[in-house]
Design a protein around this ligand. Structure first.
Ligand SMILES: [Zn+2]
Length: 445
């Protein structure tokens, strides 16, 4: 039984009300109080636990080429409505998915007639999961660095951005071999943050949806999280653009690694050797296969591309940085398994969690035009080296040093060994017109 409902204007009205309540005079705008920031990031509200409380979601965590079960996840929120939408994420396509009487969305089937509604629910789950993870990491970073004002600024930015500009997401967006995140001002001056997940035709008879590929959803979500916390990185500077792209890919990797089913399957597939071909290192396998004819996805995080002055654009350049992060995870995982004797799937989860929090810390600290040297130096400085009780006693600083040096990035203050000015930055405004049209369509539907 399908519970889809035709989109009405009620959601727009409530979204407008939310803007009026929060824009300009956000309650976080002047807050530098650590306790207040902590209480607003992933607020723990026990009233959302229990019978008919919170919301159940069923979602993909990989595309169709990877044999993983759907994840069922409970989110303790009291504000999830048809779409699904909540105060930070607004479903903006033309058919909203309705909940069960208990307020859940986990009953939609990926096999039967409600596939498109199931897609919307899945994308909502992907976005909610990665946003909650990010907020949780911000909380941890605040606790690790309680007197660091840049940390508090980033947390405050995140709260202000996500409350005054909820993310409008389109799961059956435009026909395009692409998906994008952008931020723009509508004709009436209202600022928007928007994610458009496109679809394409691999053959004249088939369609593929980027909404069905969590790597892509989490990559775009990575842009939205970075932009919320660090709006100053939303620029056409080539360093900021490459960092943004690397963040998208690492966000997809780190979010996937929080699922035990994914970790176990990954280790099973490659007999523990994460340098073999696998679904973690391959970004967007289905897109890569259909659009590029590639067996290793749209991008391969383990292709060890070095910075030797190669030419390209921000997505190419980002591979250097994302590749270093991938290899640091693998080194730590191997040592956690071999040296500390932790079971592989558990080890992988532990080291990925540990590094991800420091990766988020690095985001709060970088300059608005961050060189790879600066990023690596900050990451190294945030990590311990063989310290008892810290980071499982692993040599984290050495991992960073080795992986950046291997890619010709020196962490002794020497500038990046290539000319950033020959790289074109990320053109965020390429999508403004298309985004404006989507919002107009949403408002008038
Ligand atoms: Zn991107």
């Amino acid at each position: 039984m399908s519970k889809q409902t035709v989109f009405k204007t009620t959601l727009w009205a409530s979204a407008t009300a939310a803007f009026m309540l929060t824009s300009g005079t956000s309650c976080f705008a002047s807050s530098s109080n650590t306790e207040e920031l902590l209480s607003n990031l992933n607020p723990v509200n026990s009233a959302t636990f229990g019978k008919r409380k919170g919301v159940k979601i069923k979602m993909r965590v990989q595309g169709s080429s990877v044999d993983l079960p759907y994840e069922e996840e409970f989110f303790p929120r009291g504000d999830v409505s048809e779409g699904p939408s909540d105060s930070q994420l607004i479903y903006a396509d033309s058919k909203r998915a309705a909940s069960s009487v208990n307020g859940d969305f986990s009953f939609y089937s990926f096999q039967q007639g409600s596939m498109r509604a199931a897609d919307s629910v899945s994308v909502y789950g992907n976005l909610r999961a990665t946003s909650d993870l990010f907020q949780n990491d911000l909380r941890d970073v605040i606790r690790l660095y309680p007197s660091n004002s840049k940390v508090r600024d980033a947390a405050r930015n995140y709260l202000v951005s996500t409350s005054s500009m909820p993310l409008f997401y389109f799961t059956k967006g435009n026909e395009m071999e692409n998906a994008y995140y952008t931020r723009f001002e509508a004709e009436d001056g209202t600022p928007y943050r928007l994610m458009n997940l496109g679809w394409y035709r691999p053959t004249s008879r088939t369609k593929e949806y980027t909404a069905q590929q969590p790597d892509i959803v989490w990559h775009e979500a990575g842009h939205s999280l970075v932009d919320a916390a660090r709006p100053d990185l939303f620029s056409d500077d080539s360093k900021a653009g490459a960092y943004h792209e690397a963040w998208g890919d690492t966000n997809a990797m780190f979010t996937l690694l929080t699922y035990e089913s994914a970790r176990k399957k990954l280790i099973f597939d490659v007999r523990g050797d994460l340098h073999q071909r696998n679904f973690l290192r391959s970004m967007a396998e289905e897109f890569g296969q259909s659009v590029l004819g590639s067996n290793t996805g749209l991008r391969d995080l383990d292709d060890d591309v070095k910075d030797d002055g190669f030419e390209g654009e921000v997505h190419d350049k980002s591979r250097v940085l994302a590749g270093a992060v991938y290899d640091i995870v693998v080194k730590a995982y191997e040592d956690q398994t071999r040296v500390n004797g932790v079971l592989p799937a558990k080890a992988l989860g532990e080291v990925a969690d540990y590094l991800r929090t420091r990766w988020v810390y690095t985001l709060t600290q970088v300059d608005s035009t961050p060189s790879f040297t600066e990023i690596g130096t900050l990451l190294k400085g945030a990590l311990p080296e063989h310290e008892v009780g810290e980071g499982y006693g692993l040599p984290w600083m050495s991992y960073v040093e080795e992986e950046f040096t291997k890619r010709n990035i020196s962490l002794d203050g020497t500038p990046d060994p290539w000319d950033w000015s020959v790289f074109k930055g990320r053109n965020w405004f390429a999508h403004t017109e298309s985004a404006k049209k989507k919002i107009l369509l949403f408002k008038t539907s």
